[in-house]
Design a protein around this ligand. Structure first.
Ligand SMILES: Cc1cc2nc3c(=O)[nH]c(=O)nc-3n(C[C@H](O)[C@H](O)[C@H](O)COP(=O)(O)OP(=O)(O)OC[C@H]3O[C@@H](n4cnc5c(N)ncnc54)[C@H](O)[C@@H]3O)c2cc1C
Length: 193
């Protein structure tokens, strides 16, 4: 039941994972941020939602009234998650990263991501999670490998992401989304420092 506005304003979150507070503070508009919740966003798993990128990109753990689910096992595809019928998300735990950054190329009317990229370097190594590009949030191994070899924005230059399976709609083609992924990853790394 934690609203996006509460996460964005949290001094604790801003100190521990500033990129997470920034992500929450750029979801939709004020009304959306004051009504929408992290649990609702994750359970809904909209393919263009922001929080799934942070949860997967930081290697968070989703806790429910029944069990703990690692991020890598939580998101199952278009609006689909590992949650069973009636299972309720009660908390989300984020490991504190050394570095983390978020960049969203947003659809100006709704502010949902046309493509959004969350990068982190931390206890679980380098993670790059992309939202908005396809049927659901996904990790991009080619970028993770490059950034693990050398954490710099320039490392993302020249990484080619396949457009196969990505979405085409009135906002952008699959090829356009594929081209945006390494560009936004580089900007997210630059923002992370
Ligand atoms: C105009 C507009 C713009 C938006 N822009 C963005 C954006 O830029 N980025 C972004 O990420 N999102 C965006 N959103 C989505 C928004 O952030 C909400 O998170 C989303 O609409 C879900 O609403 P909610 O969080 O109130 O969840 P609800 O609508 O209450 O719930 C969604 C689903 O999840 C289930 N659910 C809710 N809480 C839990 C829980 N704790 N455990 C298990 N199941 C649960 C509900 O039963 C329901 O099936 C936008 C929405 C609107 C309307």
């Amino acid at each position: 039941m934690t609203t996006h506005a509460a996460v964005a304003a949290s001094a604790e979150v801003k100190k521990a994972i500033p990129a997470l507070a920034e992500l929450a503070g750029n979801i939709g508009d004020r009304q959306v941020r004051n009504r929408g919740t992290i649990g609702g966003s994750l359970a809904n798993n909209d393919p263009a939602a922001c929080y799934p990128a942070a949860v997967l990109g930081l290697g968070a753990t989703v806790t429910t009234d029944r069990r703990s689910i690692p991020a890598d096992q939580f998101f199952k595809g278009l609006y689909e998650t590992a949650l069973a019928e009636g299972e309720i998300i009660t908390s989300v735990s984020f490991p504190i990263p050394e570095k983390a950054g978020w960049q969203k190329f947003n659809q100006p009317a709704s502010r949902f991501s046309i493509v959004g990229v969350f990068v982190s370097k931390g206890p679980q190594g380098v993670r790059v999670a992309v939202t908005g590009a396809g049927a659901g949030v996904m990790r991009v191994k080619a970028l993770e490998d490059k950034l693990a070899a050398g954490w710099s924005a320039a490392a993302c230059n020249g990484v080619r992401v396949s457009a196969e399976g990505l979405s085409t709609d009135l906002h952008g083609s699959a090829e356009y989304r594929a081209a945006l992924i390494p560009v936004l990853a580089g900007r997210a790394v630059a923002a992370a420092g």
